[in-house]
Design a binder for this molecule. Structure first.
Ligand code: NAP
Length: 284
């Protein structure tokens, strides 16, 4: 039997609609408007497109846009000064430094400067520490989007075997902790994993975050498993994931398509994080 297709666009739309309602409630209760400062350095076309779509999404749900655009030849000190200004600006709830930054800048050091309660990407060392410890904080958007899809489709995680392929700081590593917090038994694979299909075939929940088109085929999937494909790869056949969708949909129980699966969730979770950040900054 063919797998049920997880509709990431529909779930993302529901999350956005809820965020819009949460913004209205927040404004009514506090008289304040949540605001996001996207910081774009230089003119990389892909980064400009990502930032533009984040700003548009904010506008649609009533989050104020505090975008800043710096020239490509800006110095580290100038970006530091801007981040320090945004960190203390009470109208700015969340700060997102679009990566990658130009080569003369240290992107990791700059990201680390963002105030943890405004860190809507969840990538600062303090946010990572909060995630690992399981204490409240802002979680990275794409892994949170994966968890939201699993929640909406009522995928049982307690005691389940979860296998993640990919150990990036952005996706694979944070997802380990989110799945552990949901009481899954988690295995993480990477480029040195021996017999990758055999490890993946143990999974009740298989997440691919690799960046290799159709790396995981039918031999890597247990019948009935939930398969979440984070990968986005441009090929001659258009956008494809890290999973061989056509082969795997015949075996899996649930599967995300690419596009239209995890992709739309990332911005939805960014919007949710921005409202969470606004709440974190309310005086106690
Ligand atoms: P990344 O930083 O490049 O990490 C890739 C990971 O995959 C690494 O851990 C690498 O292992 C592992 N890997 C590479 N080749 C492998 C192989 N043949 N077998 C097993 N593991 C292998 O990637 P990322 O930033 O996490 O992104 C992964 C994919 O997700 C990309 O396609 C990206 O475009 C996509 N993505 C999508 C969204 C979204 O919103 N939908 C967001 C973020 C990323 P090593 O550590 O050993 O090198």
């Amino acid at each position: 039997m063919s797998a049920t297709i997880i509709d990431g666009r529909a779930v993302a739309q529901e999350v956005r609609a809820q965020v819009a309602r949460d913004v209205v409630a927040f404004v009514e209760e506090t008289g304040l408007t949540p605001g996001l400062a996207t910081v774009l350095v230089g003119d990389d076309p892909a980064s400009a497109i990502y930032v533009a779509s984040k700003r548009k999404a904010c506008e649609e749900v009533g989050i104020a846009d505090h975008h800043r655009h710096l020239p490509a030849d800006v110095s580290q000190d100038e970006v530091v000064a801007l981040l320090q200004e945004l960190n203390v600006d009470p109208t700015v709830s969340g700060i997102l430094l679009q990566l990658p930054v130009p080569a003369q800048l240290d992107g990791a050091a700059l990201t680390g400067m963002i105030a943890p309660d405004k860190d809507v990407d969840g990538l600062t060392p303090i946010s990572v520490g909060r995630l690992v410890r399981g204490t409240p904080g802002l979680r990275p958007c794409t892994p949170s989007g994966v968890m939201e899809l699993l929640r909406r489709y009522e995928v049982a995680l307690e005691g389940a075997e979860a296998v993640i392929v990919g150990r990036s700081d952005l996706v694979g590593k944070p997802l380990v902790h989110l799945l552990l917090a949901a009481n899954a038994t988690v295995t993480i694979c990477h480029s040195r994993t021996r017999d990758l299909p055999a490890v993946c075939a143990r999974a009740d929940v298989l997440v691919a975050a690799v960046g290799v088109p159709r790396l995981l085929g039918a031999d890597a999937v247990k019948p009935g498993a939930t398969v979440i494909d984070v990968g986005v790869n441009r090929t001659d056949d258009g956008l494809v994931g890290d999973v061989d969708f056509e082969a795997v949909r015949e075996i899996a129980g649930l599967i995300t398509p690419v596009p239209g699966g995890v992709g739309p969730m990332t911005i939805a979770m960014l919007l949710r994080n921005t409202v969470s950040a606004a709440k974190l900054q309310l005086p106690v």
